[in-house]
Design a protein. Structure first.
Lengths: 264, 244
């Protein structure tokens, strides 16, 4: 029990330290530059306490309940005992042997993104200002699908040892093509969803997976090849959200085109 | 009071739904694929309650503090009409929230060790610390610049893709020249810079500004700050690797 209390206090202090510069900047600009007292100071203070308390509880819980099991799992799934390569190692790596790694990467990428607090925040805001045209839940599902595909492909890249930049370049080209074809309203949101997917919940588990994988495969350097998964997890959500917008406008168009016929 | 309580309880249910997939994935892999028992069930149970309560409090606090603060500051700056102070605020917010980001500190230390092993810098404690420190401030500076450019873009009404697409082209072109050891780190640094407190605040700032300025649409112009803040670190970190 005492380990919980120590952990809680340590995390609370580090959260306060993270939030302090942000608070300092806001208070300085509000009082010295804008020169107006905060409106509804009581509400803001309660809200800030909720944010700090919430982040602390969230991080302590993750550290105690999820991360030990999740990272141990990532290590076990990538270890050669589990993968048990089917062919003589002298023939090289057979990427098919690692199928559980891809499946785990896809599942854990999807599940952790769905719980990512900063994505929840952006999705709430998007639903509010689009007047409900964008559903927070669908947006989060598309982003999660993008991360899921990104992590699976990223682990495949580590196994096969192909160059990171080739994937990134192809990904960027797809994003640019989609941008020219997508409704204007979605572009900013789609680009933003690339940046918000990778924080508190996703990064530790995905990093463990990448480093575990890069250290078990002969010829991979965990320090070099372990990186790059986060980049995949930031790129594919953009593609997924743009695709979501394209598909939903297409469905809306089709509904408009089909309706008159039904009326005949 | 009753309605507040109700909202809180609804939010708890929401948090449970948000977190359920992680537990399902972990459970299925542990029991059916790895065929092992679940260790420390008590710790997991208490930890789960912490996570659910934490997410619930965070989302409640978001709507009470981070969103309104970001939006009212955007309105105040728009009414004040001083571009200089708005841009100074934008830069400070980007720089100040990034420089202390724990994920960034971890990545910078890792990068310094890799650079030392690869022989790019001297393999001494001092050189490694210098390199990590320089990298951290480079990234923080690049995020400050990103928020500054992003705010300027909202004010001027430039389409976001005119900034992002040349940025991508810059990233691709620099990849060809940057040392191999820095590329993975550079790409990842774009993802680690936007923390859980920064994202809602910066989003509210963008949306608030684009609602306050006539002729801007919050949906088209309001988003994009985070996208720019995820792109500039990649460019700046590669530049750091090339010139150091």
């Amino acid at each position: 029990m005492s380990s919980w209390i120590t952990e809680f206090i340590t995390v609370l202090l580090s959260t306060l330290r993270d939030v302090a510069p942000i608070m300092g900047i806001i208070i300085f600009f509000q009082l010295v530059i804008i020169r107006r007292p905060f409106k509804q100071l009581k509400n803001l203070t309660i809200g800030m306490i909720y944010v700090v308390l919430g982040m602390t509880l969230f991080l302590v819980g993750l550290d105690k309940a999820l991360f030990p099991l999740g990272t141990a799992m990532a290590e076990q799934l990538t270890s050669s005992d589990f993968i048990n390569p089917s062919i003589d190692p002298s023939l090289g790596i057979v990427w098919q042997d690692y199928y559980w790694v891809y499946i785990f990467g896809a599942c854990i990428g999807f599940a952790t993104t769905l719980a990512e607090p900063s994505l929840i925040a952006v999705a709430i805001k998007a639903e509010q200002i689009s007047g409900g045209n964008i559903k927070a839940w669908y947006l989060r599902l598309s982003v999660s699908a993008g991360v899921s595909f990104g992590i699976a492909l990223g682990t495949f890249r580590i196994v096969t040892g192909t160059e990171l930049y080739l994937y990134i370049i192809v990904g960027y080209i797809i994003v640019i093509l989609q941008t020219t074809l997508s409704p204007k309203l979605i572009i900013g949101l789609a680009y933003d969803s690339g940046g918000v997917t990778t924080s508190t919940v996703t990064v530790p588990l995905v990093t463990a997976l990448g480093i575990g994988l890069a250290s078990t495969i002969p010829g991979r350097n965990p320090l070099l090849d372990g990186f790059g998964l986060i980049a995949f997890a930031s790129l594919f959500p953009i593609i997924a959200v743009l695709a979501y917008a394209q598909v939903s406008t297409w469905i809306a168009h089709r509904a408009v085109l089909n309706n008159p016929k039904e009326g005949d | 009071m009753f309605s507040i309580k109700n909202k809180f309880i609804r939010q708890i249910f929401g948090s449970v739904v948000d977190l359920l997939p992680i537990f399902i994935v972990i459970f299925i892999f542990q029991v059916f694929i790895l065929r092992q028992p679940i260790p420390n069930i008590a710790d997991i149970a208490i930890g789960t309650i912490f996570i659910i309560l934490g997410l619930t409090f965070f989302i409640q606090g978001l709507e009470k503090s981070l969103f309104p603060v970001g939006e009212t500051m955007a309105y105040s700056f728009a009414r004040k009409g001083s571009l200089f102070w708005l841009l100074t605020f934008a830069f400070s917010l980007g720089f100040g929230t990034t420089v202390a980001e724990p994920a960034l500190i971890a990545v910078a230390d890792e990068a310094a060790r890799i650079a030392a092993e690869a022989g790019a810098i001297e393999q001494s404690e001092l050189a490694i610390d210098d390199y990590a420190f320089g990298l951290r401030y480079t990234v923080a500076f690049s995020v400050g610049i990103a928020i500054l450019i992003g705010v300027l873009r909202i004010i001027r009404g430039w389409p976001l893709q005119y900034l992002i697409i040349p940025g991508y082209i810059g990233v691709v072109a620099m990849t060809a020249f940057a040392p191999d050891t820095i590329i993975g780190i550079a790409y990842d640094s774009g993802g680690v810079t936007t923390g859980t407190v920064t994202v809602p605040l910066v989003t509210a700032l963008g949306v608030g500004l684009s609602s306050a300025i006539a002729g801007r649409n919050p949906m088209i112009d309001g988003f994009g700050l985070i996208a720019i803040a995820s792109l500039t670190p990649i460019i700046f970190v590669m530049a750091y690797g090339m010139f150091l």
